[in-house]
Ligand binder design. Structure first.
Ligand SMILES: C[S@@+](CC[C@H](N)C(=O)[O-])C[C@H]1O[C@@H](n2cnc3c(N)ncnc32)[C@H](O)[C@@H]1O
Length: 260
């Protein structure tokens, strides 16, 4: 079964697109404006693929369990068919090692969950636990969430979307890589049911301000706690990055919105 698990190129910062020898020699003969064009057509990714160490168990899980718990590579995703029932549905984007996603799926068997993550060791680890816990209400996509949102998630199909501790891309020149941008919010709005929840959390103060700015200027959402107010974490499970942030003395901010 083909599923959303295509291997991404070794460098996903877009540099792989223009650094091949053929393109380099071609680039040497191109006029300046065409070079600028090539540069500007590189996709700006919200991640850089650094696999780190992948254990043998994680790699086996990707090979053997992703075909079982992954999502068939057909678009758009048919949730009723995928979970063999109609239930409230939640999506977590960038679930890392799966800490929050697994807890939510285990604690709420009445809901269905989909997780999207590019980091293969994290996907492998999550698959192992998902299999051990025999959770029937959790499915995984190992792919760039931006591409999946754009093409594969049907309109008004989700009750909630979670983005917990997205990569902060601290340097100003990297801010364009931040996942939470106007286009991203537009897609989240499209896939949420009316009244659906969009819950984000970050331990980086200026990213929290940035998210608040983006969400406040979008007229498709209301802040559940009042204009420009941060929310309580509610029953959001603690994540790995959150623990790390707290150890560094960072303040964690939750932001919770409803689709109007
Ligand atoms: C800072 S980590 C946080 C992980 C987890 N949510 C946590 O709190 O422990 C951000 C995660 O988002 C993932 N990520 C970033 N951009 C992504 C994208 N476009 N599609 C899917 N995952 C993405 C990264 O691979 C990384 O695992």
């Amino acid at each position: 079964m083909a599923c959303f698990s295509r291997r991404l190129p070794d460098s996903n910062d877009g540099s792989a697109d223009v650094n091949g020898p053929a393109l380099i020699s071609k680039a040497m003969t191109l006029p300046r404006f065409e070079l600028d064009n090539m540069k500007h057509h590189r996709p700006i990714r919200s991640f850089v693929k650094r696999e780190g160490r992948m254990t043998r168990a994680q790699s086996q899980a990707l090979e053997k369990l992703l075909p079982v718990y992954g999502v068939p590579d057909k678009t758009p995703v048919d949730f009723d068919r995928l979970f063999d029932r109609t239930a409230p549905r939640y999506l977590e984007i960038g679930f890392g090692m799966g800490t929050s996603l697994l807890v939510m799926a285990e604690n709420h068997p009445e809901n269905d969950y989909l997780g999207i993550e590019v980091h293969r060791p994290g996907v492998g680890k999550t698959l192992i636990e998902l299999h051990q816990k025999a959770l029937g209400n959790l499915k995984i996509i190992n792919h760039d969430a931006i591409e999946i949102l754009n093409g594969s998630i049907p309109e008004e199909s989700l009750d909630g979307v979670y983005v917990f501790f997205p990569d902060p891309w601290q340097k100003k020149k990297h801010h364009k890589r931040r996942m939470v941008q106007d286009n991203f919010i537009h897609q989240i709005h499209r896939i949420l049911k009316p009244g659906g929840v969009f819950h984000l959390a970050t331990d980086w103060e200026d990213y929290a301000h940035h998210i608040m700015d983006v969400m406040t200027r979008s007229d498709g959402f209301t802040n559940t706690t009042g204009k420009r107010k941060y929310a309580s974490r509610g029953d959001r499970p603690e994540t790995k990055y959150e623990r790390r942030g707290r150890r560094l003395g960072h303040v964690v901010r939750d932001l919770v919105f409803n689709k109007v």
